[in-house]
Ligand binder design. Structure first.
Ligand code: SF4
Length: 114
């Protein structure tokens, strides 16, 4: 597909891919050239609570924004903990986490080979 795009001498503004292709060198090349890369996370289970799919995860900016609109920076391969003070006061906390008061919601961000 990259070869076909190059022959047409076009600039790819957005690339929508299956999550399995995220580590492809071609995707890295497109991202380096300025294309925005979009992919859905794998289906996650979290009972009745918000899943990772309910968060807006921006791989380029390394930010995760929760359903209540709070944003945290992350590092690949690490667990993001949302601010416990914010989570303790959150109106939708019972839909998001069963963590004890003083503990924020966490989500894990897998390593991306970049
Ligand atoms: S509990 Fe925390 S992470 Fe969950 S929606 Fe509320 S502020 Fe966001």
């Amino acid at each position: 597909m990259v070869a076909v795009i190059e022959r047409q001498v076009i600039h790819v503004v957005e690339t929508h891919i299956d999550r399995g292709y995220i580590a492809s060198p071609s995707i890295t090349e497109l991202e380096t050239e300025g294309s925005l890369i979009f992919c859905k996370p794998w289906k996650t289970q979290n009972g009745d609570l918000h899943t990772k799919e309910d968060f807006n995860i921006n791989l380029k900016n390394k930010t995760a924004t929760c359903p209540a609109g709070h944003c945290e920076k992350f590092e690949y391969g690490k667990t993001v903990q949302f601010n416990p003070v914010v989570c303790d006061k959150c109106a939708v906390r019972t839909n998001c986490t069963k963590a004890a008061d003083g503990k924020g919601r966490t989500i894990s961000i897998l390593t991306w080979s970049k």
